[in-house]
Ligand binder design. Structure first.
Ligand code: GUN
Length: 292
Protein backbone atom coordinates (compact mmCIF):
# COMPACT_ATOMS: atom_id res chain seq x y z
CA UNK A 1 0.00 0.00 0.00
CA UNK A 2 1.28 3.46 -0.88
CA UNK A 3 2.27 5.65 2.05
CA UNK A 4 2.78 9.41 2.01
CA UNK A 5 6.00 11.11 3.07
CA UNK A 6 4.16 14.02 4.67
CA UNK A 7 6.61 16.91 4.45
CA UNK A 8 4.09 19.41 5.75
CA UNK A 9 3.45 17.47 8.98
CA UNK A 10 7.15 16.72 9.50
CA UNK A 11 8.08 20.35 8.90
CA UNK A 12 5.66 21.45 11.65
CA UNK A 13 7.27 18.99 14.06
CA UNK A 14 10.81 20.15 13.26
CA UNK A 15 9.79 23.83 13.43
CA UNK A 16 8.48 23.12 16.92
CA UNK A 17 11.85 21.61 17.86
CA UNK A 18 13.67 24.68 16.49
CA UNK A 19 11.30 27.07 18.29
CA UNK A 20 11.98 25.24 21.58
CA UNK A 21 15.73 25.66 21.09
CA UNK A 22 15.32 29.35 20.30
CA UNK A 23 13.21 29.82 23.45
CA UNK A 24 15.89 28.08 25.52
CA UNK A 25 18.55 30.43 24.14
CA UNK A 26 16.34 33.44 24.87
CA UNK A 27 15.92 32.22 28.46
CA UNK A 28 19.70 32.39 28.90
CA UNK A 29 19.90 35.94 27.56
CA UNK A 30 20.77 35.31 23.91
CA UNK A 31 19.27 37.21 21.00
CA UNK A 32 17.30 35.17 18.42
CA UNK A 33 19.02 33.78 15.30
CA UNK A 34 18.73 36.11 12.30
CA UNK A 35 18.24 34.97 8.68
CA UNK A 36 18.47 37.54 5.89
CA UNK A 37 17.50 37.17 2.23
CA UNK A 38 18.38 39.16 -0.85
CA UNK A 39 15.69 39.23 -3.52
CA UNK A 40 16.52 40.85 -6.85
CA UNK A 41 13.70 41.74 -9.25
CA UNK A 42 10.05 40.73 -9.42
CA UNK A 43 10.01 37.02 -10.26
CA UNK A 44 6.70 35.68 -8.87
CA UNK A 45 8.00 32.30 -7.73
CA UNK A 46 11.04 33.89 -6.00
CA UNK A 47 8.77 36.38 -4.21
CA UNK A 48 6.64 33.48 -2.93
CA UNK A 49 9.71 31.53 -1.76
CA UNK A 50 11.16 34.52 0.09
CA UNK A 51 7.78 35.34 1.69
CA UNK A 52 7.58 31.72 2.90
CA UNK A 53 11.08 31.96 4.34
CA UNK A 54 10.11 35.14 6.22
CA UNK A 55 6.93 33.56 7.56
CA UNK A 56 8.72 30.39 8.67
CA UNK A 57 11.49 32.41 10.34
CA UNK A 58 8.88 34.28 12.39
CA UNK A 59 7.14 31.01 13.31
CA UNK A 60 10.28 29.64 14.99
CA UNK A 61 11.18 32.93 16.67
CA UNK A 62 13.99 33.96 14.31
CA UNK A 63 14.60 37.52 13.23
CA UNK A 64 14.43 37.91 9.48
CA UNK A 65 15.11 40.65 7.01
CA UNK A 66 14.70 40.90 3.26
CA UNK A 67 16.69 43.15 0.96
CA UNK A 68 14.38 43.75 -2.02
CA UNK A 69 16.49 45.08 -4.87
CA UNK A 70 15.63 46.47 -8.26
CA UNK A 71 15.79 44.13 -11.28
CA UNK A 72 18.37 46.48 -12.85
CA UNK A 73 20.74 46.70 -9.89
CA UNK A 74 24.45 46.69 -10.81
CA UNK A 75 26.42 43.59 -9.98
CA UNK A 76 28.86 45.83 -8.03
CA UNK A 77 26.00 47.21 -5.89
CA UNK A 78 24.79 43.69 -5.13
CA UNK A 79 28.32 42.65 -4.16
CA UNK A 80 28.48 45.62 -1.77
CA UNK A 81 25.31 44.46 0.00
CA UNK A 82 26.74 40.96 0.29
CA UNK A 83 29.91 42.42 1.78
CA UNK A 84 27.78 44.35 4.27
CA UNK A 85 25.88 41.21 5.31
CA UNK A 86 29.14 39.22 5.55
CA UNK A 87 30.33 41.74 8.16
CA UNK A 88 27.03 42.34 9.98
CA UNK A 89 27.36 40.67 13.39
CA UNK A 90 23.60 40.75 13.86
CA UNK A 91 23.03 38.47 10.83
CA UNK A 92 23.88 34.79 11.30
CA UNK A 93 23.09 33.56 7.81
CA UNK A 94 21.77 34.90 4.53
CA UNK A 95 20.74 33.74 1.10
CA UNK A 96 20.63 35.30 -2.33
CA UNK A 97 17.44 34.07 -3.97
CA UNK A 98 18.10 32.51 -7.38
CA UNK A 99 17.74 32.94 -10.29
CA UNK A 100 19.37 36.35 -10.65
CA UNK A 101 18.76 38.66 -13.64
CA UNK A 102 20.85 37.74 -16.69
CA UNK A 103 23.23 40.73 -16.44
CA UNK A 104 24.53 39.47 -13.09
CA UNK A 105 27.14 36.71 -12.85
CA UNK A 106 25.47 34.25 -10.48
CA UNK A 107 28.62 32.31 -9.60
CA UNK A 108 30.53 35.52 -8.83
CA UNK A 109 27.75 36.54 -6.46
CA UNK A 110 27.66 33.14 -4.74
CA UNK A 111 31.45 33.16 -4.40
CA UNK A 112 31.20 36.47 -2.53
CA UNK A 113 29.07 35.01 0.28
CA UNK A 114 31.03 34.21 3.45
CA UNK A 115 31.07 30.42 3.86
CA UNK A 116 30.21 30.91 7.57
CA UNK A 117 26.93 32.62 6.61
CA UNK A 118 26.17 30.58 3.49
CA UNK A 119 23.11 28.81 4.91
CA UNK A 120 22.07 27.76 1.37
CA UNK A 121 25.30 25.74 1.13
CA UNK A 122 25.98 27.08 -2.37
CA UNK A 123 29.55 28.38 -2.00
CA UNK A 124 32.48 26.33 -3.32
CA UNK A 125 33.82 26.00 0.25
CA UNK A 126 30.62 24.43 1.57
CA UNK A 127 30.13 22.20 -1.47
CA UNK A 128 33.76 21.06 -1.19
CA UNK A 129 33.33 20.35 2.51
CA UNK A 130 30.11 18.42 1.87
CA UNK A 131 31.77 16.25 -0.78
CA UNK A 132 34.69 15.56 1.58
CA UNK A 133 32.29 14.64 4.38
CA UNK A 134 33.42 17.56 6.55
CA UNK A 135 31.19 19.89 8.58
CA UNK A 136 29.31 21.96 6.01
CA UNK A 137 26.12 23.81 5.29
CA UNK A 138 24.31 21.39 2.98
CA UNK A 139 21.95 22.79 0.30
CA UNK A 140 18.43 22.98 1.69
CA UNK A 141 16.48 20.85 -0.79
CA UNK A 142 18.71 17.75 -0.72
CA UNK A 143 19.05 18.18 3.04
CA UNK A 144 15.23 18.17 3.24
CA UNK A 145 15.10 14.94 1.21
CA UNK A 146 17.62 13.35 3.61
CA UNK A 147 15.57 14.48 6.60
CA UNK A 148 12.38 12.97 5.12
CA UNK A 149 14.08 9.61 4.49
CA UNK A 150 15.70 9.57 7.94
CA UNK A 151 12.70 10.68 9.98
CA UNK A 152 10.45 8.17 8.22
CA UNK A 153 13.07 5.43 8.76
CA UNK A 154 13.12 4.54 5.07
CA UNK A 155 15.75 1.82 4.51
CA UNK A 156 18.43 3.03 2.09
CA UNK A 157 21.49 0.84 2.70
CA UNK A 158 22.65 -0.89 -0.48
CA UNK A 159 19.64 0.44 -2.41
CA UNK A 160 19.85 1.78 -5.94
CA UNK A 161 19.06 5.49 -5.85
CA UNK A 162 18.48 7.11 -9.24
CA UNK A 163 18.65 10.91 -9.34
CA UNK A 164 17.07 12.60 -12.35
CA UNK A 165 18.49 16.12 -12.84
CA UNK A 166 22.02 17.42 -12.22
CA UNK A 167 21.48 20.98 -10.97
CA UNK A 168 23.94 22.47 -8.49
CA UNK A 169 21.05 23.17 -6.11
CA UNK A 170 19.40 19.73 -6.02
CA UNK A 171 20.53 16.82 -8.24
CA UNK A 172 24.29 17.03 -7.81
CA UNK A 173 24.30 17.41 -4.00
CA UNK A 174 21.45 14.87 -3.61
CA UNK A 175 23.45 12.25 -5.54
CA UNK A 176 26.49 12.94 -3.38
CA UNK A 177 24.60 12.73 -0.08
CA UNK A 178 22.79 9.50 -0.99
CA UNK A 179 26.12 7.80 -1.74
CA UNK A 180 27.60 8.77 1.63
CA UNK A 181 27.83 6.53 4.70
CA UNK A 182 24.65 7.86 6.29
CA UNK A 183 22.63 6.40 3.38
CA UNK A 184 24.96 3.93 1.63
CA UNK A 185 23.04 3.95 -1.64
CA UNK A 186 24.41 2.98 -5.02
CA UNK A 187 23.70 6.12 -7.02
CA UNK A 188 23.00 6.68 -10.71
CA UNK A 189 22.82 10.29 -11.88
CA UNK A 190 20.66 10.93 -14.96
CA UNK A 191 20.21 14.14 -16.96
CA UNK A 192 18.91 15.53 -20.23
CA UNK A 193 21.45 13.57 -22.32
CA UNK A 194 20.89 10.21 -20.61
CA UNK A 195 19.98 7.42 -23.04
CA UNK A 196 17.17 5.01 -22.23
CA UNK A 197 16.08 7.04 -19.20
CA UNK A 198 12.96 4.94 -18.42
CA UNK A 199 15.08 1.79 -18.41
CA UNK A 200 17.31 3.31 -15.74
CA UNK A 201 14.61 4.92 -13.60
CA UNK A 202 12.78 1.55 -13.56
CA UNK A 203 15.81 0.14 -11.70
CA UNK A 204 15.46 2.66 -8.89
CA UNK A 205 14.58 1.55 -5.37
CA UNK A 206 14.67 5.26 -4.52
CA UNK A 207 13.87 7.69 -7.34
CA UNK A 208 14.65 11.39 -6.81
CA UNK A 209 13.17 13.54 -9.57
CA UNK A 210 14.49 17.10 -9.93
CA UNK A 211 14.29 17.69 -13.66
CA UNK A 212 12.06 20.77 -13.65
CA UNK A 213 9.49 19.43 -16.16
CA UNK A 214 5.82 19.12 -15.19
CA UNK A 215 4.63 15.50 -14.76
CA UNK A 216 7.71 14.19 -16.60
CA UNK A 217 7.87 10.85 -14.80
CA UNK A 218 4.99 8.51 -15.60
CA UNK A 219 4.12 5.02 -14.33
CA UNK A 220 6.20 3.39 -17.09
CA UNK A 221 9.34 4.91 -15.49
CA UNK A 222 8.80 3.60 -11.96
CA UNK A 223 9.50 0.17 -10.45
CA UNK A 224 6.69 -1.28 -8.32
CA UNK A 225 7.19 -0.42 -4.61
CA UNK A 226 9.82 2.25 -5.30
CA UNK A 227 10.25 5.25 -2.99
CA UNK A 228 9.58 8.32 -5.14
CA UNK A 229 10.76 11.81 -4.16
CA UNK A 230 9.28 14.57 -6.32
CA UNK A 231 11.26 17.81 -6.09
CA UNK A 232 9.37 19.65 -8.86
CA UNK A 233 6.79 22.34 -8.27
CA UNK A 234 5.05 24.03 -11.21
CA UNK A 235 2.15 26.44 -11.55
CA UNK A 236 -0.19 25.19 -14.28
CA UNK A 237 -2.82 27.68 -15.56
CA UNK A 238 -6.25 26.39 -14.48
CA UNK A 239 -9.41 28.45 -15.02
CA UNK A 240 -11.34 26.21 -12.61
CA UNK A 241 -9.22 27.46 -9.66
CA UNK A 242 -9.76 30.74 -7.87
CA UNK A 243 -6.00 31.40 -8.01
CA UNK A 244 -6.02 30.72 -11.78
CA UNK A 245 -3.51 27.86 -11.44
CA UNK A 246 -2.92 24.50 -9.84
CA UNK A 247 0.38 23.03 -8.67
CA UNK A 248 2.01 19.89 -10.00
CA UNK A 249 5.39 18.21 -9.64
CA UNK A 250 7.87 16.50 -11.95
CA UNK A 251 6.01 13.22 -11.34
CA UNK A 252 2.60 12.30 -12.76
CA UNK A 253 1.09 11.42 -9.40
CA UNK A 254 -2.29 10.33 -10.83
CA UNK A 255 -0.61 7.25 -12.33
CA UNK A 256 2.60 6.84 -10.29
CA UNK A 257 1.42 7.04 -6.67
CA UNK A 258 -0.41 3.70 -6.59
CA UNK A 259 2.83 1.94 -7.68
CA UNK A 260 5.02 3.37 -4.91
CA UNK A 261 5.78 2.15 -1.41
CA UNK A 262 6.37 5.77 -0.34
CA UNK A 263 5.86 9.00 -2.26
CA UNK A 264 6.15 12.75 -1.59
CA UNK A 265 3.05 14.76 -2.54
CA UNK A 266 3.17 18.10 -4.38
CA UNK A 267 2.59 20.42 -2.64
CA UNK A 268 3.37 19.33 0.93
CA UNK A 269 6.31 16.97 0.30
CA UNK A 270 9.85 18.22 -0.26
CA UNK A 271 8.94 21.95 -0.31
CA UNK A 272 8.21 22.44 3.42
CA UNK A 273 11.38 20.49 4.32
CA UNK A 274 13.48 22.78 2.13
CA UNK A 275 12.50 25.78 4.21
CA UNK A 276 13.00 23.85 7.44
CA UNK A 277 16.52 22.91 6.31
CA UNK A 278 17.32 26.57 5.77
CA UNK A 279 16.13 27.29 9.32
CA UNK A 280 18.24 24.38 10.64
CA UNK A 281 21.31 25.72 8.81
CA UNK A 282 20.69 29.20 10.23
CA UNK A 283 20.41 27.79 13.74
CA UNK A 284 23.66 25.89 13.13
CA UNK A 285 25.42 29.08 11.95
CA UNK A 286 24.16 30.90 15.05
CA UNK A 287 25.26 28.14 17.42
CA UNK A 288 28.70 27.96 15.80
CA UNK A 289 29.13 31.71 16.06
CA UNK A 290 28.33 31.79 19.78
CA UNK A 291 29.76 28.31 20.56
CA UNK A 292 26.37 27.19 21.87
N1 GUN B 1 15.92 29.21 -6.01
C1 GUN B 1 15.30 28.01 -6.04
N2 GUN B 1 15.62 27.30 -4.94
C2 GUN B 1 16.45 28.07 -4.21
C3 GUN B 1 17.12 27.86 -2.96
O1 GUN B 1 17.03 26.83 -2.30
N3 GUN B 1 17.89 28.90 -2.55
C4 GUN B 1 18.03 30.05 -3.27
N4 GUN B 1 18.82 31.00 -2.79
N5 GUN B 1 17.43 30.25 -4.42
C5 GUN B 1 16.64 29.26 -4.89
Amino acid sequence: MTQILDGKALSLRIKDEIANEVRAFAATGHRPPHLAAILVGNDGASQTYVANKEKSSAEVGFLSSVYRLDENIDEAELLKIIDFLNRDDEVDGFIVQLPLPKHIDEQKVINAISSDKDVDGFTPVNIGRMVLGQDAFVPATPMGICTLLQRYNIPTEGMHCVVVGRSNIVGTPAANLMSRKAFNCTVTMCHSRTRNLPEITRQADILIVAIGKPEFVGADMVKPDAVVIDVGIHRIPDASKKSGFHLCGDVKHSEVDSKCSWVTPVPGGVGPLTIVSLLQNTLLAYKKKYSL
